[in-house]
Design a protein around this ligand. Structure first.
Ligand code: FES
Length: 95
């Protein structure tokens, strides 16, 4: 899905995999796999900001906890989390 070298802290790489928009995020050294489609109006989250474990949608500012996928702005909404596997410099998302 991505190269570890292309994921410095705070970076996010999004890919369309079949019908899913998926992203890998470097949250202060922890690589996280997460749905990259906002639960509000399905905007891509790739242009959102990542800071201190929180992903913020660039459209209307909904905020998501990266560890759980839970929406902090509107509890009850959440993003799907995906397991990530790292092999050398390769980052894989397990769908
Ligand atoms: S589309 Fe993400 S907050 Fe509205």
């Amino acid at each position: 899905m991505a190269k570890l070298a292309d994921l410095p802290p705070g970076a996010m790489i999004e890919k369309q995999i079949l019908a899913r928009r998926v992203a890998v995020v470097n949250d202060n050294g922890t690589i996280i796999g997460i749905q990259s489609e906002c639960a509000h109006m399905r905007a891509s989250l790739a242009k959102g900001g990542v800071e201190n474990g929180v992903l913020t949608c660039s459209w209307h500012g909904w905020r998501y906890d990266l560890k759980s996928g839970e929406c902090l702005s509107n509890p009850g909404f959440r993003l799907k989390r995906y397991e990530v596997e790292i092999d050398g410099d390769d980052v894989y998302v397990l769908l």
